[in-house]
Design a protein around this ligand. Sequence first.
Ligand code: TXA
Ligand code: MG
Length: 344
Amino acid sequence: MTNQTKIWNVSTTINEETIQEAAALLRDQQVVAFPTETVYGLAADATHEAAVQRIFEAKGRPADNPLIVHVGNRDQVEQLVTEIPEVAHRLMDEFWPGPLTLILPSNHTAAQNVTAGLDTVAVRMPSHPVALQILQAAGLPLAAPSANRSGRPSPTEAEHVKQDLDGRISGIVDGGPTGVGVESTVLDCTSEIPVILRPGGVTKEDLERILPEVMVDPALVDQKEQPKSPGMKYTHYAPESPLWLIEGDDDFFQQQLLHIKEENRRTAVIASNELAGKLDHDVITACGSRENLPEIAGQLYRALRQYKKADIDVILCESFEEKGVGAAIMNRLQKAATQKITQH
Ligand code: TXA
Ligand code: MG
């Protein structure tokens, strides 16, 4: 499975030659990573089981975790599903191309390992120009999970993809850092009232402007519930060092940091600019203002990847308000955390 991974750089201008080369590899059943507006994806022909199998192998992904099929136009959706409910049409009109994935009834055109044998298929049209141009040039629906080794934080830069998958995939199209920084929202449209299975770039508040009612998968709030989205049950987004999620005010955070430093543990901090400004500590990643959650989302995975086991014993991370994209940020941090310390 080791081969040369070709890297193209289109971060300043997108050249047609690169797009055609990547598309040709994909038509040839190879796997190629490219940027979407959320995170980098690792793509393969969604209608071809052996091609899709290469994604699972490169990532080390459990076979029961289905993939999102990316499309370059709406006709491709029609080719994948038995029907498109009225509500899905409205959502596509409003949010596509963009970070919203819709779960629809599958007609089994997508390879069976894409849907992990389910009767539904996840579809989304990304808005990143590189992703859209490759999809259009390939003329295929492309299965594409995040381009990380399974369990690691998703890649928001080509360098992250390289760290995880160099030598395991055919190519990486480097389009610079992605924008949104957390993955798409996964919305189940097969039930009467649509259900958020994974919070993401399109927020619940955004959806509520369009839909009379939106539900949230109970497994997202209660860890005893079985999630409906198979991927949500796995360890995810884990940095190399243990991550402690601190739930409390800034004073509480400062106290926790002091305790740990007294134990002589090498500690890193991931925090908002506001909290970072108050701490007397030298290893801090400030991810943006807590008043600007999209900015925090954009920086989060880079921050999680940044600290290496050899240098850092524990990462302390601030908790953020669960409004807007804050719901996605906190969902990822809860999964990444090895421990939570809550102020009472
Ligand atoms: O932003 C994104 O969505 C990125 C970029 C590359 O597009 N992709 C991504 O894919 O995050 P992945 O494979 O890392 O996450 C897909 C999620 C998983 O939680 C999976 O369980 C869920 O979507 N999913 C896929 N098909 C499903 C289905 N038929 N029913 C329920 N959940 C499904
Ligand atoms: Mg993923």
